[in-house]
Design a protein around this ligand. Structure first.
Ligand code: C5P
Length: 288
């Protein structure tokens, strides 16, 4: 029998880095939002042992090197029982190395599926603790919706949903490696930080203008010059009618926030002519 699950992409309404931690990770404060761009996962048991991953992108790892397989391994290790043989197939739509947590979101979808079928009484907090062993963004991706993420990214607080709005999301043609950008942060001083408290109160008041004007990602401030196209796309989104635009995660994907649905669709279409990975998106609520 095959079980299916959607893996939603995320964008960062804010991304702040508070400092380096003794464990080598960075202390984060981020307002995260799920959007309706998703990968689709299929999971089924098989006779052969181990976890095999296949996907619509032939260059993704097919074994334990794929974070979706790592999620299964960590899940059964946590239960203290041998893992059954598993086949995971991923229909990828979320761009890879894009700052939208595509891999983390696939891993989170595997964890939701495995809990449903092998440990239905497992509490959400326990599943999120398992997720934290898989990757820093995986606990948020298990939960989804609008949330504040602190610590490595695993300390989560639900926030009120975004007021009605629409996004045009655009990934330049180059990828950016997350460790590379964190390394940039370590060599530079961050002078500006997002107004996270202001963002949270704008969400509490359902104030879309307030949300839009507080979009801020500190990674933009340390972006090497070779990635300047990020700023050109931000400019294009504003010219196309976005109230505000920002890079998400460690980039290079940029999103524009729009009040009007048709305007966001047209902006995504206009960008698609130059950047194939351009999408019209809506926000989505919690997954669990
Ligand atoms: O936890 P995850 O494997 O997703 O992290 C990928 C890389 O991102 C880490 O190896 C680390 O270099 C960096 N990272 C960090 N601080 C965080 C999250 C990730 O330095 N809070």
């Amino acid at each position: 029998m095959t079980h299916t699950e959607s893996a939603w992409a995320k964008i960062n309404l804010t991304l702040d880095i508070l400092g380096r931690r003794p464990d080598g990770y960075h202390e984060m404060k981020m307002v995260m939002q799920s959007i309706d761009l998703c990968d689709n996962l299929e999971l089924s048991e098989r006779e052969a042992p181990g976890t095999a991953v296949s996907s619509t992108l032939p260059y993704l790892p097919r074994d334990g090197g794929n974070i979706a397989a790592k999620a299964a391994e960590v899940f059964f290790a946590h239960l203290g029982r041998p893992a059954p043989g598993l086949d995971i197939h991923i229909r990828k739509q979320i761009p890879v190395c894009a700052g939208m947590a595509g891999g983390s979101s696939d891993a989170a979808a595997v964890l939701r599926l495995l809990r449903r079928h092998y440990a239905p009484s497992m509490l959400e907090e326990e599943l999120e603790a398992v997720a934290a062993q898989v990757g820093s963004d995986v606990p948020y991706c298990v939960r989804g919706g609008t949330a504040l993420a602190r610590g490595r990214g695993e300390i989560l607080t639900d926030l009120p949903p975004l007021p009605a709005c629409y996004f045009a999301v655009c990934k330049p043609t180059f990828p950016i490696s997350t460790p590379e950008l964190f390394a940039q942060v370590r060599t530079r001083r961050l002078h500006c930080h997002p107004d996270t408290a202001g963002m949270i109160s704008a969400l509490e008041q359902g104030d879309l203008e307030g949300v839009a004007h507080r979009l801020y990602n500190v990674f933009e401030d340390v972006l090497p010059r070779k990635y300047a196209q990020v700023f050109e796309i931000k400019r294009s989104l504003l010219d196309l009618g976005a109230i505000a635009a920002s890079m998400t995660g460690s980039g290079p994907t940029v999103f524009g926030l729009f009040r009007d649905e048709e305007n966001a669709r047209q902006a995504a279409d206009a960008l698609k002519a130059h950047f194939p990975a351009s999408f019209f998106c809506k926000n989505v609520g919690r997954a669990v």
